[in-house]
Design a protein around this ligand. Structure first.
Ligand code: HEM
Length: 149
């Protein structure tokens, strides 16, 4: 579909990797903030501070980084040979990316609940949520670099 030059391809890939690192940093840090936020008294100075941190992390880092990950990743995808589209590594990778987008959207809803002082989840729930993007990231990187099948 796309026929990128070698230079364009490696520059896009470098910017793609930078973007996914920033996106992953947010996906791993936001649930951590939620873990500590559950311990705070509603309306307390600490709780209000967490609300500001969570909002800024989501809108100033995670959304721009997610959009950039797609912005640099999609041309790479469109440059793949037709045979790559039937390869398992790409299917597993894109399924993993779908999982990360679902985590991102869930965290947006959870952040809104905290902002409106109506969180119902426990610390344990957020500790488990914290592991999901970790596992997805490990699988994505192994499949896109090693391409086992
Ligand atoms: C957001 C949607 C994404 C799309 C459309 C996408 C697509 C791609 C494509 C087509 C490549 C080139 C593969 C190659 O040249 O061998 C690539 C490379 C890569 N992607 Fe993504 N990706 C996305 C998200 C991610 C995420 C979330 C991660 C990590 C958590 C990731 C990690 C990587 C890495 C490490 C490479 C370099 C692989 C290599 O050079 O061997 N990507 N991506």
């Amino acid at each position: 579909m796309l026929d990128l030059s070698g230079d364009a391809y490696v520059w896009l890939k470098a910017l793609h990797i930078v973007s996914v690192i920033a996106w992953m940093a947010g996906l791993l840090y936001l649930p951590r903030l939620f873990v500590y936020h559950t311990d705070c008294e509603k309306g307390s100075v600490q709780s209000e501070t967490f609300k500001v941190m969570e909002r800024r992390l989501l809108y100033a880092i995670m959304y721009p980084a997610m959009i950039a990950s797609f912005g640099f990743g999609l041309p790479l995808l469109l440059d793949q040979s037709p045979s790559s589209w039937s390869e398992g590594w790409l299917h597993v990778k894109l399924a993993g990316v779908g999982g990360l987008v679902i985590c991102h959207m869930m965290m947006g809803e959870l952040r809104k609940a905290f902002a409106e002082d109506r969180n119902v989840h426990s610390q344990k729930y957020f500790r488990i949520l914290n592991e999901v993007p970790t596992v997805l990231m490990i699988a994505i990187v192994i499949f896109v670099v090693v391409k086992p099948f």
